[in-house]
Design a binder for this molecule. Structure first.
Ligand SMILES: NC(=O)N[C@@H](CC(=O)O)C(=O)O
Length: 336
């Protein structure tokens, strides 16, 4: 059995910088037509110059592959309207992190004071710049996303013309919020469609499946599967592929992030096939994002075939992917 996907998009992608960028950028660019690149570098991407320089570094690192890095800016509440006007054509969205909630988010937002956030959110709404949000509070780790829903609702109500993307959702509460506000959208990762907390910590601890937000309960995964497999028009694929060097994962104080970019399409094909939903994969992995963000990615046809694919144990001796050393039911036969 063979399927083809037109211009797959990864709408939440960590490409990092320096040596790691050189390893991972070609892997995404090989099979995806574009990706929304997260700004949580050290220091975070907060100026027009940093956006443009980072894009240039990505384009150099990705090699000959046809791939559009859609850039983001790290949200700050002190951006001036003139700055946002000047940077808007260089970015696709602005990413808001609660301070300290995940990798390199220390410069994020503390407290969600509407008065403090409103000037920037108002300008973003006027300029049509979408807001992407890492929606977790500082509460108990399993409750962080559900506790954040009222903040999403406050933002959605106060800025009805602002497109708000709930990033990497993991709970049935976030799925339910999607349909309550026209301007709320969501990305869903590959790993949250496959795993629950049991896979991370139910047996021997699995550091390569440890990420933020942490994987939740079976009923949460079912809610995610329902909207992803059904290609709900407000959900998009966003891998949140978050590579860390092996020695930072297999260590006390294990870094958060699952590396999925090179096996994402194979993993999605296997999942959608198992559930008899292959006809919806195109919408989930490209069409919905094109419509929601109003983008036309480069034309790229990726052909996958139902033949076993052995996932590498490690890339460049440095970064371990999800499903390392395991066999997936689908392989990529061509992309171009
Ligand atoms: N997902 C993660 O666990 N980590 C991401 C940051 C993020 O998206 O939370 C990273 O940059 O490492």
């Amino acid at each position: 059995m063979v399927i083809s996907i037109d211009s797959p998009l990864d709408m939440h992608l960590h490409l990092r910088d320096m040596d790691m960028l050189d390893i991972v950028a070609p892997l995404s660019a090989e099979t995806f037509a574009g990706g929304l690149v997260m700004p949580n570098l050290v220091p975070p991407v907060t100026t027009k110059e940093a956006v443009c320089d980072y894009r240039n570094r990505i384009c150099r690192a990705q090699g000959d592959h046809c791939f559009t890095p859609y850039m983001t800016l790290f949200f700050r509440s002190d951006y001036r309207p003139e700055f946002l006007e000047s940077v808007k054509d260089e970015i696709l969205a602005i990413k808001l992190y609660p301070a300290g909630i995940t990798t390199n988010s220390e410069g994020g937002v503390s407290g969600f004071d509407l008065e403090e956030l409103s000037p920037v959110l108002g300008v973003m709404s006027d300029l049509g710049i979408p807001l992407c949000v890492h929606g977790e509070t500082g509460g108990f780790v399993m409750d962080r996303e559900a506790e954040f829903i009222p903040i999403y609702e406050m933002l959605a109500q106060n800025f009805p013309d602002l497109k708000i993307v709930m990033e990497h959702i993991t709970t049935k509460e976030a799925v339910a919020a999607l349909d309550r506000y026209d301007n709320l959208f969501a990305t869903i990762t590959l790993h949250h469609l496959y795993i629950t907390l049991d896979d991370v910590a139910g047996g021997l601890l699995q550091p390569h499946l440890f990420c933020k937000p942490i994987a939740k309960r079976p009923e949460d995964r079912s809610a995610l599967l329902n909207v992803a497999l059904g290609a709900h028009p407000k959900v998009m694929f966003g891998s949140d592929s978050a590579p860390h060097p092996r020695d930072k994962k297999e260590a006390p104080g294990c870094a958060a992030g699952v590396f999925t970019a090179p096996i994402a399409l194979q993993g999605l094909a296997q999942l959608f096939d198992r559930h008899g939903a292959l006809e919806n994969l195109q919408a989930f992995v490209s069409d919905n994002a094109q419509r929601i963000y109003g983008i036309t990615p480069p034309a790229k046809k990726v052909v996958l075939e139902k033949t076993p694919y052995l996932v590498p144990e490690i890339y460049e001796g440095s970064v371990v992917p999800m499903f390392a050393g395991q066999s997936l039911a689908w392989r990529v036969v061509s992309a171009g």
